[in-house]
Design a protein around this ligand. Sequence first.
Ligand code: CP
Ligand code: NVA
Length: 309
Amino acid sequence: TPKISQKHLLSLKDYSSQEILDLLALAAELKKPENKHKPLLQNKVLGMIFEKSSTRTRVSFEAGMLQLGGHAMYLSTRDIQMGRGETIADTARVLSGYLDGIMIRTFEQATVQELADNSSVPVINGLTDDFHPCQVLADLLTIQEHFGLLQGKKMAYIGDGNNMANSLMIGAAKVGMDITVAAPAGYAPKPEMVALANEFAKETGAKIQVTVDPVEAVMGADVIYTDVWASMGQEQEALERLEHFKNFQVNEELVKHANPNYIFMHCLPAHREEEVTTGVLEGPHSVIFQEAENRLHAQKALLVALLAN
Ligand code: CP
Ligand code: NVA
């Protein structure tokens, strides 16, 4: 079992390069069919608070806990008292008395932080407006499976400078992958996020770049990554974003500039013919379903590392 110095997973920024690589190694081990039902978390219970929709995160955490011999509980904020104004702090202290871990998907990173500050059990960030660390663990596992290594690979992230862009920059920096984010003017990742990634990159030699030119980003890339143009909570901006992002579609023309053996990745859900064409999404370079499956394996490793004692 990897030794993690952190009690929680709020963002990968708190994890060392070695801790991330150890988690990926355990994930690969747990992915082997003979290890599918290793009861490493017998009778442990994970609560999963959702303030936003989810398919992958919900189902992979729930299936993962069951496969490890534990149990997971889906807690929609439409049902629990948090949705009616019970404080985060009270919720954390109450749930700590019942559960062995809490996963939360919400809007503000501060909410996850407050939950963790008041919880005696590990808290896992299942997506905020700022970060999506569990997705990036699965993404790194996928890239490692495909290329055999992470260090020195080059990723092009095309689209919104959002939670995915932030977490990918941090993840890439930590494992020594170069990343170029191409986003329309006004949609680049926040400067403090780029600065944070650059700080980690100093230790691994990774190169972090931001541009408004998708072609420049894709040039020589091993991995092309994109995400929806309007994230959860931005539904009312969808129309204007369609206009602002129209030159940032990952399509047959753009991918010509990548390395011939590039892979296409997307955290999903995808909007076909918006951020990516059906041809690229369904094409021979796409690893999106392997990537989605790896959510399960990466999170099982994370759960074992944080919840087993
Ligand atoms: N990629 C991802 O987190 O998917 P869900 O929103 O379905 O959980
Ligand atoms: N950026 C997207 C990711 C979904 C997994 C969102 O926040 O909605």
